[in-house]
Design a protein around this ligand. Structure first.
Ligand code: SF4
Length: 460
């Protein structure tokens, strides 16, 4: 009973967050930067921030995550970190030889008022950026937003700082990945190939954070979107932004800079969101959906229909990131389950609106909160007052699941105590089938565990 002090009585809180359902902006910026080939993320702040961000990503992916830091000490904290960043850019290109340095700010450098645009321009003017190399930046103050907004800011920075319009369109579409796993990005590429369209996927952490063991250490793995691809995104026919919070800002930047029209879609988690994703490609590119994808859909629908009796009416609490919670909640409703409590620490009026519209139509009794005060403590209180059959969320949910003795599925970021999330997709029809399998397994395991001997069935 590690959370035994969680009380049932819910009180309004304004100035206190307990067990936040989010983490800090630079983690998202660092993750996005790793999705560019040959990129070294750089944290403009103190060493402690950078260590925390690297260690969280390393624990989630079980891969060594490299990043540099401006190593603020007392002097930089008072007078600003320009000198530190300029020295860092010199050292990084000389010693680590990346193609790109992707700088993100931190609470400290933002509070001082360091201007990354001005400092990176000075680095360029002073000749510190070798020919053919780049320094990009994103502002990621962590006293606002979350890891999701940090990710969105860095991805928008990629579009802003790399995309070029030559005036000649290429036969390709931009696929702007919202926050998803390397396995999901790999699945997006597979689905696009099946559909027969050329895409520029960015960022792309597949083959970076799920790189195979070869016996040799490489500082910059073969994966990641290349600079040439990022530049060419300005000549694409259109963009698909997968996630209104984490991907749409980059699509807007591309439209403004290079006049590339865009469509915003949910991350394709579950049946309905994947249907919309596939149909949007089909419509935009004027192509028929291939038989193989129709068959994948059919397999998912078949399992949904076969197993409905184990899912119907099961009550679920979930917490996590906005762009994942929306399609995940929709998928639970498609499975005839009951999302009872939903919490996201990431603030955002757009997300609130989209979630409320969906819930009003399909599940008006669901409790939902995001942003300030939407933390895991509140979710736990809600669960104590109105119990659920299943909890879905990141690793930190295990404490609540243990206290309440309910099945738990790890989903989202971070997952520190299991593997699989970076290797097996949760998106598309196949990924949704895997997610459905996980849901069924934990519910049926619980049924087996609790069954009386005379009701303990071999075939369920
Ligand atoms: S919240 Fe701010 S101070 Fe804390 S690790 Fe993140 S950037 Fe650093």
């Amino acid at each position: 009973m590690l959370l035994r002090h969680t009380s049932k009585e819910v009180k309004e809180r304004e100035g206190l967050t307990i067990n936040p359902a989010k983490t800090c902006q630079p983690i998202g910026a660092m993750y996005a930067a790793l999705g560019i080939h040959g990129c070294l993320p750089h944290s403009h702040g103190s060493q402690g921030c950078c260590s925390y961000h690297r260690s969280t990503l390393t624990r989630h992916y079980k891969e060594p995550v490299m990043a540099a830091t401006s190593s603020f000490t007392e002097g930089a904290s008072v007078f600003g970190g320009q000198a530190n960043l300029l020295a860092a850019i010199d050292t990084i290109f000389a010693v680590y030889d990346p193609d790109i340095i992707a700088v993100h700010s931190t609470c400290l450098s933002e509070t001082i008022g360091d201007d990354l645009q001005q400092i990176t321009k000075k680095a360029s003017d002073d000749g510190k950026i070798p020919d053919g190399k780049y320094v990009i930046y994103a502002s990621t103050p962590s006293f606002v937003g979350s890891h999701v907004t940090g990710y969105a800011n860095m991805v928008a920075g990629m579009a802003n700082q790399f995309a070029e319009s030559t005036g000649e369109k290429k036969s390709q579409y931009n696929m702007i990945a919202g926050w998803m796993e390397p396995s999901d990005m790999r699945e997006i590429k597979r689905l696009a190939k099946e559909m027969g369209i050329n895409i520029v996927l960015f960022p792309d952490t597949s083959d970076v954070l799920d790189a195979p063991q070869t016996g040799k250490h490489v500082f910059y793995p073969k994966g990641g979107t290349t600079v040439a691809e990022l530049k060419s995104s300005g000549d694409s026919l259109a963009s698909f932004a997968l996630g209104s919070i984490s991907a749409e800002p980059a699509a807007i930047a591309l439209e403004k800079k290079c006049k590339v029209p865009f469509e915003t879609l949910d991350i394709p988690i579950g049946l309905s969101a994947t249907d919309r994703f596939i149909m949007a490609i089909s419509k935009m590119a004027k192509i028929e959906v291939p038989d193989e994808i129709t068959a994948e859909r059919g397999r998912l629908v078949d399992v949904m229909a076969d197993m409905e009796q184990y899912l119907h009416g099961k009550r679920v609490a979930l917490f996590g990131d906005p762009d994942q919670l929306l399609p995940l909640t929709e998928f639970l409703l498609d499975l005839s389950m009951k999302p009872v409590h939903i919490v996201s620490g990431t603030p955002g009026q757009r997300f609130d609106k989209e979630m409320r519209v969906m819930l009003e139509k399909r599940s008006p009794e669901t409790k939902f909160k995001s942003g300030l005060g939407a933390d895991m403590f509140l979710l736990h209180q809600w669960m104590k007052n109105e119990p659920v059959d299943l909890l879905i969320g990141n690793t930190y949910g295990k404490y609540m699941a243990r206290d309440e003795d309910i099945p738990f599925i790890r989903f989202g970021f971070p997952i520190l105590d299991r593997i699989g999330h970076s290797y097996f997709p949760n998106i598309g029809y196949n990924g949704s089938l895997r997610l459905l399998e996980k849901i069924l397994n934990v519910l049926m395991d619980r049924q087996d565990r609790d069954a009386l001997e005379e009701k303990f069935e071999l075939v369920m």
